[in-house]
Design a protein. Structure first.
Length: 553
């Protein structure tokens, strides 16, 4: 068994791990080992934005987790993809850049994540971002992750925005700026026509440094402790087991499914569960693997009466031409994720800030590309943002090679069903606006016959899918909260020399896609790890609907 020593060992080269590998090595003072079970992200299928659905369906790049049967969804087992490649899920996601609502971070602070209010996280959001067109009071212009708007070349994107206005929703100039609420353009993580993943933006430049070692095809087995101090990590590469010892800390950035699994395999977690699998208990920490959250969504699909949708580009020849243009110029349809317009609205009066998200797509297709309508069509991906349902990640056994059990308990609360019904009815109303009249065909799904609460519930039960935003399974909280796994500096409670930094430490899920908040979280945690003073808070105003208590819009 070989043994090496580093200042830091990071487990997982996903969004957070790549940020940390860069920031912890940039001064040249410290040595870092970054371990990743997957392999290279060099594939053109990863780098071309429009090909986003392909790597997600490849076992080479995706862990292919599936949930336990979900009782409120008819016993269905839902796919929970997670990136198994350099860049992690930022290399296989939909490239949507959404920071969340400012009030999400006010809520984090109230949930015990002191120092994580909006004023505290805004400067870190700005530090991550290199926005096409430059920065402003809210946006970053000199960071590492490239963001840009899509060109809105397809006319249906403009129709969506106009229909939203006709339905009474505001047009927001920047969902990631002053006002999230309303319909507007969506940012994508694309720079120079290529995917701006955490691997491309953070890791690849850092890999030129001598003080960073990156080991792919490496499976973390367990954190090694002396007493209650983490002193290293055992991992397997090929058929050989290795030990990496640390002078400073072990940092677990394996994601919301794998991070709680590794903590438990290492003896940190609910004592009863660990004992059941014969794992010696280092520290009884009951919150590890609990509080699991996600976003659900469905596709509201309409037939289109004019041949203007992306269905025109689904033939083998057309896709080859799109790919060839992208290869030669990094432009054209291949340079966009096609999610160029969307929106955030409130489901009813009395909801303080948006709790429904839209991604509009000028095509009728499943997100993972597994099914395609055989005609011109368009759709809105729509779903609630802050479900009260909570799930868990638990060990199937003590074998590190075995996947853990994942259970979200989707749609387990009455509020879930109320919000999903609102999603159906409010979306139907937007598509009924005059702007869509020249294009509107029949309702493909849910279908015009789906009207009553019972009919909508049946549709949801059979068609709702994960939006691929698992989180909160090692949540951050105050020292007196027994369910909190890490403190506001991402240190695992009750032990020393061990942190968790990824979306699992979110106290609660944010309003929108999770890649941008995860990058921010890692940037801020990097300062905590290095013992640096946090960036100065920034007091930027943000929108709150004046009539939220009495009106839905």
């Amino acid at each position: 068994m070989s043994e090496e020593t580093f200042d830091y060992v990071i487990v997982g080269a996903g969004s957070a791990g790549c940020v940390l590998a860069d920031r912890l090595t940039e001064s040249g003072e410290h040595s870092v080992l970054l371990l990743e079970y997957g392999g290279s992200d060099r594939s053109l299928l990863i780098q071309m934005p429009a090909a986003l659905s392909i790597p997600m369906n490849m076992p080479r790049y995706n862990w292919f987790f599936h949930t336990e049967p979900e009782p409120h969804l008819g016993g269905r087992s839902l796919h929970t993809p997670r990136g198994k490649v350099l860049g992690g899920s930022s290399s296989i996601n939909g490239l949507v850049y959404v920071r969340g609502n400012p009030l999400d971070y006010e809520r984090w602070a109230s949930e015990g994540a002191h120092g994580w209010a909006y004023r505290d996280v805004l400067p870190y959001f700005k530090r991550t971002e290199r926005r096409e067109g430059g920065g402003d009071e809210y946006r970053g212009g000199e960071g590492k992750i490239h963001t840009r708007y899509g060109p809105l070349d397809n006319p249906l994107n403009h129709v969506w925005l106009e229909a939203g206005r006709q339905a009474g929703y505001a047009y927001t100039k920047d969902m990631n700026g002053f006002q999230q609420e309303g319909v507007g353009r969506m940012d994508m993580t694309v720079g120079g026509g290529r995917r701006s993943s955490a691997a491309n933006a953070y890791l690849r430049p850092a890999m030129r440094r001598r003080n960073l070692a990156v080991r792919t095809r490496s499976l973390a087995l367990r954190v090694l402790f002396e007493g209650r101090r983490a002193v290293g990590l055992a991992y397997r590469r090929g058929n050989e087991e290795h030990v990496a010892r640390v002078r400073r800390e072990v940092i677990v950035s394996a994601g919301p499914i794998q991070s709680p699994k590794l903590l438990k395999l290492s003896g940190v977690g609910p004592a009863q569960e660990l004992s059941r699998h014969g794992i010696p208990v280092v520290h009884d920490l009951p919150g590890v693997g609990e509080n699991l959250q996600d976003h659900l969504e469905f596709y509201f699909q309409m037939a289109c009466t004019q041949p203007v949708t992306l269905y025109s580009y689904t033939s083998t020849f057309s896709k080859a031409m799109v790919g060839l243009r992208w290869l030669l110029t990094k432009g054209g349809l291949g340079a966009s994720n096609q999610f160029e317009a969307g929106g955030f609205i409130r489901s009813r009066a009395g909801v303080r800030y948006p709790n429904i998200q839209y991604h509009f797509l000028p095509m009728a297709v499943s997100y993972d590309g597994s099914s395609l309508a055989q005609e011109h069509g368009f759709q809105a991906h729509v779903g609630p943002m802050r479900s009260p349902s909570r799930g868990w990640v638990r060990l199937a056994c003590a074998d590190p090679n075995e996947k853990p059990k994942v259970f979200f308990d989707y749609m387990s609360r009455p509020e879930d069903w109320e919000e999903m019904r609102a999603c159906v009815r409010l979306t139907r109303e937007i598509f009924a606006q005059p702007a869509f009249a020249p294009y509107r065909g029949r309702e493909i799904q849910p279908g015009s016959a789906v009207q009553s609460d019972e009919q909508i519930d049946d549709f949801i039960r059979g068609h709702v899918e994960s939006a691929y935003h698992p989180s909160c399974s090692c949540r951050m909280g105050s020292p007196d909260d027994r369910q909190a796994v890490v403190d506001p500096q991402a240190r695992v409670r009750g032990v020393e020399g061990l942190r968790v930094v990824d979306s699992s430490i979110m106290p609660s899920i944010t309003t929108g896609n999770l890649n941008a908040p995860t990058l921010m979280l890692a940037e801020k945690a990097a300062d905590h790890i290095r013992g640096r003073a946090p960036l100065p808070p920034e007091e930027a105003p943000f929108h709150l609907a004046a009539n939220w208590e009495t009106s839905q819009r």
